[in-house]
Design a protein around this ligand. Structure first.
Ligand code: PHE
Length: 355
């Protein structure tokens, strides 16, 4: 084998060795074997001196070329392995920027509060102010002052939640008897507290929770939300009550709806009425939604009974009042066609997210 063949063979083997190196360690081993001080190529270069002078130049040049090409093959492989290592590292620590981020849901106002606020705002626009009262009430404010007779059925323990304070202070507390402490059954006691605390003219709206011993079903809840309204002023008539409620009902349900006042009875108003809004489906003609009547009941109202004004020290000869109460859950159910008002208190996000 001539020295030229030998160099060619070294070149091919060296190239193959660099190509086969798949990691930095095997590449380094190949470099030592094919380009190192003890490599066959190095000894060939060292042996050049023994060659005849005329051959020395050509063989020397050829050997240097081989060395240069192997060096280049080595550098290329080294770079390729480094690229591959970097790519692998990037891949292993890869961030998928298209993955959805962790969401932090932001709470919103519950539908019940949203409606209570919306209706309050309508009344604020009419000059009413907000008034609130305690949810744990006494018999006087919830019933007696509101002209309920002592035997009124709403007072029965099957209708009303009574509260017994078992704390030690209660034993020495100089207040109502335990049997007179109850969860308010309507927001009307706020009327009494407001009239006791302030002089007419009074224009208040009072949203709040009320409690009744009802079993929860699609149209009843043992705890629900009412909005009470009270106006006490000189020269107030039933026409003021009608005008006010007709305006508010149209604001809540839409200008195209109409209202109807039906005679009713409440112990604390005289005369009293229930107010219906025309059915949104049939507009009064009668359909399944309104059970064929064309109307849907939405609130109770009336002129404040003179007895109530006397109970709170307001002169019924000088002042008249009107009052009304409506159920917020009922407004929500009618406005959003809810099949079951229990949806409003169950906290199911699939339902709540719709509002
Ligand atoms: N308090 C009554 C109820 O709970 C509603 C009402 C309020 C009626 C004010 C007339 C006047 O049913």
């Amino acid at each position: 084998m001539t020295i030229t063949d030998e160099l060619q063979e070294l070149y091919e083997q060296g190239l193959a060795a660099f190509k086969d190196a798949t990691d930095p360690a095997s590449l380094e081993a190949a470099r030592v074997a094919w380009l190192g001080k003890k490599s066959a190529l190095t000894s060939t270069l060292r042996g050049l001196g023994q060659l005849a002078a005329d051959m020395r130049a050509t063989v020397g040049q050829h050997a240097n070329e081989v060395r240069g090409q192997l060096e280049e093959a080595y550098q290329q492989r080294k770079a390729a392995l480094a690229d591959a290592a970097l790519a692998a590292k990037i891949q292993s620590g890869r961030l998928d920027v298209s993955l959805p981020g962790r969401s932090r849901p932001i709470g919103t106002q519950h539908l019940i509060n949203a409606i209570a606020d919306e209706v309050s705002e309508i009344f604020f626009g009419l000059g009413y102010r907000l008034a609130q009262g305690p949810e744990v009430e006494d018999d006087f404010h919830n019933f007696t002052a509101l002209n309920h007779s002592p035997m009124h059925p709403a007072r029965s323990a099957s209708d009303t939640f009574y509260v017994r304070d078992l704390s030690e202070e209660a034993a020495t507390f100089d207040g109502p008897e335990p049997s007179e402490v109850l969860m308010r059954t309507h927001t009307s006691p706020v009327q009494i507290r407001t009239m006791q605390a302030s002089k007419p003219p009074i224009y208040i709206i009072s949203p709040g929770k009320v409690y009744r011993r009802d079993i929860a079903d699609p149209t009843h809840l043992p705890q629900f939300t009412q909005m009470e309204g009270l106006a006490v002023d000189e020269h107030l008539t039933f026409a003021d009550l009608k005008g006010t409620l007709d305006y508010v009902v149209k604001k809540i349900f839409g200008e195209e709806r109409s209202t109807r006042f039906r005679p009713h009875f409440f112990p604390f108003t005289e005369p009293s009425a229930e107010v219906d809004v025309s059915c949104e489906i049939c507009h009064g003609a009668g359909c399944r939604f309104c059970k064929g009547t064309g109307w849907i009941e939405i609130l109770g109202c009336g002129m404040v009974d003179p007895n109530v004004l006397v109970n709170v020290g307001i002169d019924p000869e000088r002042y008249q009042g009107f009052a009304f109460g409506m159920g917020v859950e009922r407004i929500a159910a009618l406005r959003y066609d809810l099949p079951d008002i229990r949806l409003l208190i169950e906290g199911d996000m699939r339902f709540l997210r719709q509002f």
